[in-house]
Design a protein around this ligand. Structure first.
Ligand code: MLT
Length: 294
């Protein structure tokens, strides 16, 4: 009740840096880049907290925030179901080429033999990362009788086994998975994780889903692997550059693309908004935040 809310979705980076010092809190999704410049300007003014309405904080320079004395909070749970459901939707879309078949019928065609699918039952799904979203994907994939394996250096074999998931080395996962779904954050460690070399180590005919962060995949290398047929299909919700203007992925017959909407359901957006708003209010009132990043 004591806050004045200024809503400026189309703000430019320059406007953000120029005006941020007048605000106590900044709430963002993924588009604005909360750079060292923005945070330094904010920290010299009134800015005390940045709330990220979502999980990934790769658009926020967290170290610069810490230096500027600005708390960063995120909403790591509110959109996990939405993201997991989208990843499963993309797995199904790839297996049955639903978007391509839809476009074909819409164009007045009837090419049944061109849209022969692949079954998911008994296929091996490799989850790269076994955090909150991946665990929900595992549960849903198991309902399709898929065999679910994962690679995650930060979880124990016991934690994975409790979910009916076998932990593998990344090499073993790549060599044996029929489907791969990526669930790692966008960090310096994961940038380019799926480069030409790793893609070549994947099982021939693999189908890859990425609802995590775009720069985890080298998109040029992916296009080459799709063109050679080594990768049978890829479904992407995230891109190295968003929107992926001029990317060779656009129009490629073996890809399914969505515009970074995995977390975009009415329910999820409402929940992440509540989660960050509550935390921002708590920080401004001098209380600790539930999900402080720094
Ligand atoms: C997230 O990090 O929560 C998702 O990518 C969705 C979003 O960016 O809002």
């Amino acid at each position: 009740p004591h806050a004045e809310l200024v809503e400026r979705p189309p703000i430019t980076q320059e406007e953000l840096a120029a005006t941020i010092a007048d605000f106590d809190a900044l709430l963002v999704r993924s588009r604005p880049k909360v750079t060292a410049e923005v945070l330094a300007a904010g920290g010299q003014g009134r800015l005390k907290v940045v709330g990220r309405a979502g999980v990934g904080v790769d658009n926020i320079d967290v170290n610069a925030a810490t230096q500027a004395g600005v708390t960063v909070v995120n909403a790591p749970t509110g959109n996990t179901v939405a993201a997991a459901e989208h990843a499963v939707a993309l797995l199904l879309a790839l297996a049955r080429r639903i978007p391509q078949a839809h476009a074909s019928v819409q164009a007045g065609e009837w090419k049944r033999s061109q849209f022969m699918g692949t079954v998911m039952r008994s296929k091996r799904l490799g989850l790269v990362g076994l955090g909150r979203i991946a665990s929900l994907v595992a549960e849903r994939a198991q309902a399709f009788d898929m065999e679910v394996v994962a690679h995650d250096p930060y979880v124990s074999a016991e934690y994975a086994a409790n979910q009916g998931v076998q932990l593998l080395s990344l090499d073993d996962l790549l060599a044996t998975a029929d489907f791969i779904s990526i669930h790692v954050p966008g960090t310096d460690q994961t940038r380019g994780m799926f480069n030409a070399e790793r893609l070549s180590r994947c099982k021939a005919g693999v189908r890859i889903v990425n609802c995590a962060r775009g720069n985890v995949i080298d998109e040029g290398a992916l296009v080459e692997a799709l063109n050679s047929g080594h990768v049978a299909g890829a479904a992407l919700d995230v891109y190295a550059q968003e929107p992926p203007v001029g990317s060779p992925l656009i129009g490629h017959p073996k890809v399914v693309l969505t515009p970074h909407i995995a977390g975009s359901t009415h329910e999820a957006q409402r929940q992440v908004a509540i989660d960050v708003a509550e935390q921002v209010a708590a920080v401004l009132a001098g209380h600790p935040a539930r999900y402080a990043i720094n």
